[in-house]
Design a protein around this ligand. Sequence first.
Ligand code: F0G
Length: 347
Amino acid sequence: MYRGLIDRYRRFLPVADNTEIVSLHEGNTPLIPVPEIAKLKGFKGEVYVKYEGLNPTGSFKDRGMTMAVTKAKEDGMKVVMCASTGNTAASAAAYAARAGMKSVVLIPDGNIALGKLAQSMIYGAKVVAVDGNFDDCLTYVRELCDKHPIALVNSINPYRLQGQKTGAFEIVDDLGEAPDYLLIPVGNAGNISAYWMGFNEYYKEKLSTKLPKMWGFQAAGAAPIVEDRVFEEPETVATAIRIGNPASWQKAVNARDSSQGRIEKVTDEEILEAYRIIAKNVGIFCEPASAASVAGFLKYAKDIEPNSKVVMILTGHGLKDPDNAIKQAPEIFHVENSLEAIEEVIL
Ligand code: F0G
């Protein structure tokens, strides 16, 4: 039986034999070929998405959270805390519940998707909606966790990236080799850093013979790394990556430069177009921030070497953000209670 990513990749992770694992059997997400997307650009290589929305709470955050909460529990902590644009909060709340611990989540008031809010609430987190943005919330969380015996579970907690690096392992295990390009959305910049670490560890163990070029994508209204300046008031429809001063900024720059990769911006229009395309042309529903990977492919496919292998990370499930889905979809038909009325609209 599959028992989660710590069990599967134990030898690469900082856990002892007797560590009690807090898991919801996260990881093991599918790598799905998407020739439909390649074809749109006349691209001759292979294109895949890694559908991280199929993790237990619907995002890649569960990979990091199984590690962070396992270690917090091992250290005897009773409460975990994070700042979040929604997904980290949902994941922290779920893993705290699983561990029998309490969770406190700080979210930017009015700027997180509805599904994520619902998750944090039902998993039993203390939800604090701050009249500020994610970066403000993270500042408070750092201070509060310094001051009180509370475990910080944002990605500045190194165990988070340890867990998240397993996404790279799974890709290499599935393909039998590292891909040539890894396309990934960038917000607080932890995930691109974690993937780069994972690919490097596998390479050093000779489990792959090459390293991918890391291509990160930020929203144009929240593109601090691309423009090399803090965004005081980040703004984007992709609320998950509405971040102006990423905590792992330097690590992401290192991943980009060491891999001869790039970090670019995509506009909200480009993100939403990719969001509709991946749903309508392929049948995969991701949240807007995740579609930044696909938007990046559509925008920069011209620069990708032909016949290469490209993996795009779809970081979160589309059901996280029903409001944006409904706004982007075609109209629905309201009809009276009769066969004729239905026939009239469908034929
Ligand atoms: N995609 C989704 C769906 C996210 O939720 C996030 C980050 C990212 C991409 C970017 O990943 O921060 O490692 O660069 N969400 C965080 C949160 C900030 O609070 O849920 P990153």
